[in-house]
Ligand binder design. Structure first.
Ligand code: ZN
Length: 688
C-alpha cells in the first residue's frame, strides 16, 4: 500500500549535484558522471517514454559494496517472470511467442502491421504483461489476428517456444482469444463495486474460486484478537483441488520454484559480501522465508530489515505490494537495490527527528494518534537496480513494511529515490506542459522556482509522516475498507504532507526556503488530481490506480467544498479549463478537514463512509473535461507513462579469478535489455 508514483511532467528545478559546488568534496564523490552528456532518453513508443537513470556515486563505493550491489541486482532480475505470471497466466506464453517472432521473422519489417507488432511487444514489456499497468485494461493489438497467425506460421517452428506435447496450433488456440478478443480477460484487476472481483479479474492469484470462497477461506484463518497477525495470503495462489480450497505457496519447492531457487542462489552470494552481520542476518532470514514460505519468517525478516539502519546498501526482494490483487492480499514480486545518498539524506533526517511533533499537531482526533511514533526512518537513496513490479516503471518513494503491527511496534523505513526523480526532471525540461496547463505566469514562475523542491519534499512527507502516522482503533479489521483501503491510505498520506507543507515549521526547519514555496505544490497537486492526471486515463473509463484515486479524491473534494468561500475553482478560458487557487490559507484548512475525516474512516474501519467518499470524488471522470484535457495533451505529444532501462554490472577478475572491480555500464537500449532478460532470466514453466 505504500508507494508513490511520479505523475507531474512539468519542468522541475532540482538540485542536481552539479549545483552543489561549494561542497566540493561531497559533490565530487557523488558526481562521478557527467550529467551534461548523460543520455537520459532511450526510447519513445505508444504513450511511453523510456529513460536511463544515472547511478551517481557508484564508483566511490568499496569493492565489497559494489559486489554486493551486483549480486543483489542479479537477484532483482531473476524474479521478472514471476511477476509476468502473477499478472496473467498466459503472459509468459504470449511474450515468448512474440519474442520468437521478433527475433526470427524473415519477412518485411517495414510494413505498418510490423510496426504495430513491434509497438505491441514493447508495450507488453513495459507493462509486464498484456494489461495496462494503470488502467488495468487489456492492451489491444493494432495488427489483426490474421497477420499474427501468418507471421507465426512464417517462423521456423523449431524457434518457437511451443511446449512439448502442445502443438503450435494448440498454443495459438489458447493465446489468440486472450490477445485479440476484447471480452476475454479484459481487465487485469476489476474493482467495480458489486461484481465478483475474483471471477472478473484476469490476475493469476485465484483459479476456480469465487470472491466469497476466498474471503471465507481467509476469514477462517484470522483471529481478531491476535495483536501480531501474519499477512494472510501474501505469498500464494488460491485454487480449488477436488472441491477443496487450497493455497499454492510461492517458495523453493512450491509454485515458482525455479525462479525462487535462483533468487536464493544470488542472495547466498550477497550474504557472503554483506557489509555487516546485521545485514547478513537480514539476507539469511529472507532466504529462510523463500525456502519455507512461512509468513511468520517473513515478518521476522521485515522486522530485521526495518531495524537495519546502518548499512549503506539496502534492498527489497519479495512479494511486497498488494495493489494488483482485487482483494488486496496477494503480493506482487518486486525488487529494488539502492544505497544511501549521504548528502540528500540530511533532508529526510530533519523530518524524522521531528516526526512526533507532526503527529501531535496533525488535525486528526487524538484517539487515532500514535502516542509515540516509533522509528520512522527516512533516507534518500540512489537506485542501483529495479526489478519485478518496480521495473521498467517505478515508484519514486517507498515506505515499508506493509504489516500494520510491525509498523506500529517497530516502525517503518521510508525511502526516496533521488536519481529516479532526477532522470524525470532532466527529461522534462521545457516540454511546454506548464505553459499549457497552468493558469498564469505567476503560477508558472512559482512552479519553476519551488516545484522540484516541493515535489521531493512531498514524497518525503508522504512516506514518513504520511504513511507513518495514525493508528487503527483496537479491534478494527485491517482489511475493513477492502478495495477502498489502498486509495484512502494514499489520500491520507498525501493529506498529511499537504497539510504540513504550508506550516511555518517547514521554513523554521529549513526544509523550505520561503513561506510561499508550498503554494507551488498546492497548485500542482490540485491541477494534477483534478485535471492533468486524466491524461493517464482512457476516455470513457473510471480512474482505477490507487494513488490516482487518492489524488482525484483530494482535488475534487476541495474543489467542491471550496466553492462556497471561493477558495479554489476550475475556470474556463478560451475553451481551456484551468485550476485557479484564490485562497491558499483556506485551502490548507480544507486539506486539514478532509484529513480528519479520512483518518477517522481508516481508524474506525468505516467501510460505507470510505466507499461513499471515494465513489463520489475519486473514481468518476467528467467526460467533457476529459476530452478537452486529452486533446490539449495530445497536441503536446508527450509521453504519459515513463519507465527505465537498468544499468549493467560486470565483475572484473584478475588472472587468479579474484574480483578486482565491478564496472557499471549504461549501453543497452530498451529492446536489447528486454530480450536479454528474457533469454537470461526465463526459467518458469509456461502457464502456471
Ligand atoms: Zn503512498
Amino acid at each position: 500500500m505504500k508507494k508513490i508514483i511520479f505523475m507531474l511532467t512539468t519542468s522541475l528545478l532540482l538540485a542536481a549535484c552539479t549545483g552543489n559546488q561549494n561542497k566540493a568534496d561531497t559533490a565530487a564523490i557523488e558526481c562521478d558522471l557527467d550529467l551534461e552528456t548523460f543520455q537520459f532518453q532511450v526510447d519513445r513508443f505508444a504513450d511511453i517514454e523510456i529513460l536511463r537513470y544515472p547511478v551517481l556515486g557508484f564508483n566511490s563505493l568499496s569493492l565489497q559494496q559494489k559486489q554486493l550491489i551486483s549480486f543483489l541486482s542479479q537477484a532483482a532480475l531473476e524474479g521478472r517472470d514471476i511477476l509476468w505470471d502473477q499478472h496473467n497466466r498466459y503472459n509468459l506464453t504470449i511474450r515468448r511467442v512474440c519474442e520468437a517472432i521478433y527475433e526470427n521473422f524473415m519477412g518485411n519489417r517495414t510494413t505498418e502491421d510490423w510496426q504495430n507488432f513491434e509497438t505491441y511487444l514493447k508495450q507488453i514489456w513495459f507493462h509486464n504483461g498484456i494489461h495496462h499497468g494503470t488502467s488495468e485494461e487489456k492492451i489491444m493489438p493494432k495488427f489483426s489476428r490474421e497477420y499474427f497467425i501468418a507471421t507465426v506460421r512464417s517462423v521456423d517452428p523449431g524457434r518457437m517456444p511451443f511446449r512439448d506435447g502442445m502443438a503450435a496450433q494448440e498454443t495459438l488456440d489458447v493465446i489468440i482469444p486472450v490477445m485479440f478478443d476484447p471480452n476475454v480477460m479484459s481487465r487485469r484487476m476489476n474493482q467495480t463495486a458489486g461484481a465478483d472481483l475474483v471471477a472478473t479479474s484476469a490476475v493469476n492469484f485465484y483459479e476456480g474460486v469465487t470472491q466469497k470462497e476466498v474471503e471465507d477461506f481467509y476469514n477462517a484463518m484470522k483471529n481478531p484478537n491476535d495483536p501480531t497477525p501474519v499477512s494472510f495470503g501474501l505469498n500464494s495462489k488460491v485454487v480449488k483441488v477436488d472441491g477443496v480450497i487450497t493455497e499454492q505457496v510461492w517458495k523453493v519447492g512450491g509454485m515458482y520454484d525455479r525462479a525462487i531457487t535462483r533468487i536464493v542462489n544470488w542472495l547466498e552470494q550477497a550474504a557472503e559480501v554483506a557489509e555487516n552481520n546485521v545485514q547478513k542476518d537480514v539476507i539469511n532470514t529472507l532466504i529462510e522465508y523463500y525456502r519455507t514460505g512461512s509468513l511468520k519468517t517473513f515478518d521476522e525478516y521485515s522486522i530485521k530489515w526495518v531495524s537495519d539502519l546502518d548499512s549503506r546498501i539496502d534492498f527489497l526482494n519479495g512479494f511486497i505490494e498488494v495493489y494488483t490483487d482485487p482483494l488486496g492480499m496477494k503480493g506482487t514480486w518486486e525488487s529494488l537495490v539502492n544505497f544511501k545518498s549521504t548528502e540528500a539524506s540530511k533532508r529526510t533526517a530533519i523530518i524524522s527527528d521531528n516526526v512526533q511533533w507532526f503527529e501531535d499537531n496533525a488535525p486528526i482526533d487524538d484517539r487515532f494518534k500514535k502516542d509515540e511514533v516509533v522509528g520512522v526512518s527516512a533516507k534518500v537513496v540512489t537506485v542501483a537496480q529495479l526489478g519485478g513490479d518496480l521495473f521498467p516503471s517505478t515508484a519514486i518513494g517507498i515506505n515499508l513494511p506493509n504489516s500494520n503491527w510491525i509498523r506500529r511496534d517497530h516502525g517503518s523505513k521510508s525511502v526516496t529515490m533521488d536519481n529516479i526523480m532526477l532522470a524525470y526532471t532532466k527529461a522534462s525540461e521545457s516540454n511546454g506542459f506548464a505553459e499549457e496547463f497552468m493558469w498564469n505566469e505567476e503560477v508558472i514562475e512559482r512552479s519553476k522556482k519551488y516545484g522540484g523542491l516541493t515535489d521531493l519534499l512531498h514524497v518525503d512527507l508522504h512516506e514518513t509522516i504520511g504513511h507513518g502516522s495514525g493508528k487503527l482503533l483496537p479491534g478494527t479489521d485491517v482489511d475493513a475498507l477492502r478495495a477502498y483501503g489502498s486509495p484512502l491510505e494514499e489520500a491520507r498520506a498525501d493529506l498529511m504532507s499537504l497539510y504540513f507543507m504550508a506550516d511555518p515549521k517547514m521554513v523554521e526547519l529549513e526544509l523550505l526556503p520561503h513561506a510561499d514555496a508550498h503554494k507551488a505544490q498546492y497548485y500542482r497537486y490540485i491541477m494534477n488530481g483534478a485535471i492533468t492526471q486524466l491524461t493517464r486515463v482512457q476516455l470513457g473509463r473510471d480512474i482505477e490506480q490507487a494513488h490516482m484515486r487518492g489524488r482525484a479524491l483530494i482535488a475534487n473534494w476541495v474543489l467542491n467544498k471550496g466553492k462556497e468561500d471561493n477558495v479554489v475553482e476550475l475556470v474556463v478560458r478560451d475553451g481551456k479549463t484551468f485550476v485557479v487557487v484564490n485562497n491558499y490559507e483556506k485551502l490548507r484548512t480544507l486539506f486539514g478537514q478532509l484529513l480528519t475525516e479520512v483518518q477517522r474512516i481508516k481508524s474506525e474501519g468505516d467501510f460505507e463512509a470510505g466507499k461513499n467518499l471515494m465513489e463520489t470524488y475519486g473514481v468518476k471522470v467528467d467526460r467533457k473535461l476529459h476530452e478537452e484535457i486529452l486533446t490539449r495533451h495530445t497536441a503536446l505529444n508527450l509521453a504519459i507513462s515513463r519507465g527505465f532501462v537498468n544499468p549493467t554490472y560486470r565483475l572484473v577478475t584478475d588472472a587468479n579469478g579474484n574480483v578486482t572491480d565491478v564496472t557499471i555500464s549504461y549501453d543497452e537500449d530498451f529492446k536489447t535489455q528486454q530480450l536479454r532478460y528474457s533469454m537470461q532470466f526465463s526459467v518458469l514453466p509456461l502457464m502456471n
